[in-house]
Design a protein around this ligand. Structure first.
Ligand SMILES: Cc1cc2nc3c(=O)[nH]c(=O)nc-3n(C[C@H](O)[C@H](O)[C@H](O)COP(=O)(O)OP(=O)(O)OC[C@H]3O[C@@H](n4cnc5c(N)ncnc54)[C@H](O)[C@@H]3O)c2cc1C
Length: 388
């Protein structure tokens, strides 16, 4: 039997399922509003994508702004960027609060989006012009300027966004959870939820009665609600970490090849490099954390292509993580099936770090009857957009 000290309460106001960045942001933002809540995580905090990603908190993604305008429409594309920018601003504020008492590896150094080929260069140029027109600050860079920043001549052009950041995402998840706990949220690890329904959450060993359930289970949501099988798909990504070195490259969040490849250098001189999923796109699906040697080899080749002068550095670690790709590339945040007691914030499609703060804040605001710019944008992410 689990001792009573380690057991979730029998009753609370809100139960959050999932202890990734989205779940802990929800707990943090509800706790700040003095809402009674408890978070249940089946393994340990950050054991999912939140502890396995590249740590880039960026505004624009593989989905270049002009492409977003085409696919979602002009107004909706702008709202996606506003949601993310509010998320970045909120994250900067939250990190300042969290770093008051101890150091966290969070660097607002900016990002570089680099043209892998001429087609991508053209896209960067037009998308950047459209973003600048809509009030987002960025600068185009040439090969020499890129080399001065990140020691590679592989890229003829790119863009620099000064607002973006890189972070140790596992550390960030734990720090937010600790702050949520200090605010009164109850956080339980090794607590697998086995069933959710309006007003009740079952976990291995017990159940919690509650007014609202929020699923923050990203790629794993269909494990609890099978209807999500056709809405959020588990897609695997591979990452490698180089050994520490005396190379001093500032921790810019770097991205190229239409979002497929991404990296940053840490202050310890490690290269953290992920991507190359297109090498085995069909193989890189499902929920197991498998290392894919084909993709990992391709990552090493990419490192050598970009940094031949550093190819002697050993690969110290390889890992994989599971992303939750949504059907239309936008997350699903809101009521499930129009039921005000059942919510989700899932499907962050490879880029949740710039959105987790906004997702948590927006849901907490709605549940607390508050209105804001975020709550105005929120309906765009309603899960029921796919019904009918
Ligand atoms: C390789 C890789 C690189 C990435 N790089 C970036 C990047 O640089 N920038 C960026 O913005 N995004 C990146 N992402 C995406 C980013 O990591 C995710 O969007 C984000 O972490 C999603 O957070 P989450 O809390 O929704 O999901 P997760 O962190 O996956 O959390 C979901 C949690 O739910 C738990 N859970 C599931 N089922 C149950 C259950 N039945 N009971 C209890 N708990 C349960 C899981 O154990 C898990 O901890 C990357 C992802 C990967 C895999």
């Amino acid at each position: 039997m689990t001792p009573i000290w380690n057991k979730p309460p029998h009753q609370t106001d809100v139960v959050i399922v999932g202890g990734g960045l989205v779940g802990v942001c929800l707990a943090y933002q509800l706790a700040r509003r003095e809402v009674n809540c408890c978070l249940l995580e089946r393994h340990t905090l950050a054991s999912g994508a939140s502890g396995r990603n590249d740590g880039q908190i960026i505004l624009e993604t593989a989905d270049y702004y002009t492409r977003m305008q085409r696919v979602y429409g002009i107004k909706e594309a702008l709202n996606i960027l506003r949601f993310k920018r509010l998320g970045q601003t909120g994250t900067h504020r939250m990190m300042a609060e969290l770093t008051e008492n101890h150091h966290l590896a969070y660097h607002q150094q900016g990002s570089l989006t680099l043209a892998y080929n001429e087609a991508e260069a053209a896209l960067i140029e037009t998308a950047s012009a459209a973003m600048i027109k809509d009030g987002f600050d960025m600068t185009l860079l040439d090969r020499d300027q890129i080399e001065a920043k990140i020691h590679t001549r592989r890229f003829a052009m790119g863009k620099y966004d000064p607002y973006d950041a890189s972070v140790n995402p596992a550390e960030m998840t734990h720090a937010i959870a600790a702050q949520a706990r200090r605010g009164g949220a109850a956080v339980f690890e090794n607590c697998r939820v086995t069933g959710v329904a309006s007003g009740r959450v079952d976990y291995e060993g017990g159940s919690v009665d509650c007014e609202v359930v929020i699923l923050a289970t990203n790629a794993y949501t269909a494990g609890l609600l099978p209807e999500f099988e056709s809405l959020v798909f588990p897609i695997r990504g591979q990452v490698m970490a180089g050994e520490p070195s005396d190379i001093k490259i500032a921790p810019y969040a770097c991205i190229t090849n239409f979002g497929y490849d991404y990296w940053h250098w840490t202050p310890e001189g490690r290269l953290i490099l992920g991507g190359r999923r297109f090498i085995d796109e069909h193989g890189e699906t499902g929920t197991d954390h498998r290392i894919n040697p084909k993709v990992q080899d391709a990552l090493c080749s990419l490192r050598d292509e970009m940094y031949p002068q550093y190819s002697h550095l050993k690969v110290e670690q390889q890992w994989s993580g599971i992303m939750g790709f949504s059907k239309d590339g936008k997350p699903l945040i809101g009521m499930i099936g129009g039921d005000p007691t059942m919510w989700c914030a899932v499907g962050f499609t490879g880029y949740g770090l710039g959105m987790c703060w906004s997702a948590g804040e927006a849901v907490a605001q709605v549940l607390n009857d508050e209105q804001s710019e975020l709550t105005e944008i929120l309906p765009m992410f309603a899960p029921n957009r796919f019904s009918g």
